[in-house]
Design a protein around this ligand. Structure first.
Ligand SMILES: NC(=O)c1ccc[n+]([C@@H]2O[C@H](COP(=O)([O-])OP(=O)(O)OC[C@H]3O[C@@H](n4cnc5c(N)ncnc54)[C@H](O)[C@@H]3O)[C@@H](O)[C@H]2O)c1
Length: 332
């Protein structure tokens, strides 16, 4: 950890959509030089503006002290994969399509050194499957970020069947410089950790609405005020401990057999998507949004990301350990 110097590691980002831009911002803020590659020309129409907006917001919220121009000096925005050559780490951030990701890996591996670590921000494609599309699977990992990548603490580092674990441990150490509280997933599984947890919740939420137990609004309100209240402090196991593990044991016995376990896509979401719904981006989702409401939701999410980050920083994973150490000191 002490030997790691982000400013000595050039990082590459391939794919400059929603996540590619915030990941680029995060890497710049951590001191990396970043080569950001646009696999499709249209990325270049928005990338600079998006990254600048992230940096301005980060400056206004005190996450950085330098002006955006300082970071832009460390950034190359290009369509040319050849410029990835000096990268020690490359993060692929293109759409969730194996054929497209494969063509991107071919272009990356044609130019980077064999020591470079290559990663994917895939949401749920098993890393072992993506490794089969690479020339050097041992240096390939999943790096699963959460939007907006430059404010969230979340990062899953996923090893595939052929990943070299020491390189995963290096990513684990490096990601602390990106402001992360990372998780190293040592054994590959589809959906990794959080998407397995979240999708079981999305499925159950659809089931409750489809079957008339509650409305979309009611389910959302319950989530926001239950999980949404405590999850920034503790995870699911910490929560069960905090509130009495035996009670969960009792409830599981009768509740688990009644939970929904359908393996097809729920009708509620299927109908929306087949009707062209994309959510906030076109105003049609589980709720309907006017363009003005959609814009305000996006702005509110940005504002909230910074606020919750502030709160989260007050309560790191080792908050109690730190309190214990402070108590110890006062006793000595
Ligand atoms: N959006 C999220 O919150 C989120 C969270 C975690 C992981 N991810 C994952 O990150 C990746 C990117 O997601 P996003 O939300 O940034 O998507 P996005 O739609 O905003 O961006 C997708 C990018 O893919 C690239 N692309 C599109 N067509 C291409 C083609 N034909 N050839 C090569 N590249 C092409 C472009 O760079 C485009 O900007 C996906 O694998 C997604 O599952 C997204």
């Amino acid at each position: 950890m002490e030997n790691i110097k982000p400013n000595e590691i050039t990082a590459g980002v391939v794919g400059l959509g929603l996540m590619g831009c915030s990941i680029t911002t995060c890497l710049l803020m951590a001191g990396h030089k970043v080569i950001a590659v646009a696999p499709i020309a249209v990325d270049l129409l928005h990338a600079e503006r998006r990254i600048r907006e992230h940096l301005v917001n980060a400056l206004n919220h005190g996450l950085i002290t330098e002006m955006p121009e300082h970071y832009f000096q460390q950034l190359v925005l290009t369509e040319d994969y050849a410029l990835l050559e000096p990268c020690g780490l490359v993060i692929e951030c293109t759409i969730e399509d194996i054929a497209i990701k494969k063509s991107v890996y071919e272009k990356i591996e044609a130019v980077v050194s064999t020591n470079a670590i290559v990663t994917s921000n895939t949401s749920a494609i098993p890393i072992s499957m993506l490794q089969q599309e690479t020339k050097h699977p041992e240096r390939f990992f999943g790096l699963h970020w959460a939007e907006p990548s430059h404010t969230t603490r979340f990062l899953e580092i996923i090893c595939g069947a052929k990943s070299e674990i020491s390189k995963g441990e290096f990513l684990y150490a490096l990601s602390h410089f990106w402001g992360k509280e990372p998780t190293l997933v040592r054994k590959d599984i589809r959906g990794f950790i959080t998407n397995r947890l979240m999708y079981s919740m999305y499925r159950e939420a659809c089931y409750l609405v489809e079957n008339g137990y509650a409305t979309v609004e009611d389910v959302d309100r319950a989530c926001r005020n239950n999980g949404g209240y405590w999850m920034t402090l503790v995870g699911v196991f910490g929560w069960m401990d905090l509130t009495g593990v035996a009670a969960y044991h009792t409830v599981m016995k009768d509740l688990l057999p009644t939970l929904n376990n359908q393996v097809t896509i729920p009708k509620l979401i299927d109908d929306i998507v087949k009707d062209g719904g994309r959510g906030i981006s076109n105003g049609k989702g589980f709720y309907q949004y006017t363009p003005e409401e959609a814009k305000l939701w996006e702005e509110t999410f940005t504002e909230f990301s910074y606020d919750i980050r502030q709160l989260a920083l007050k309560y790191p994973a080792d908050v109690v350990k730190k309190k214990l150490a402070a108590l110890q000191e006062t006793k000595e």
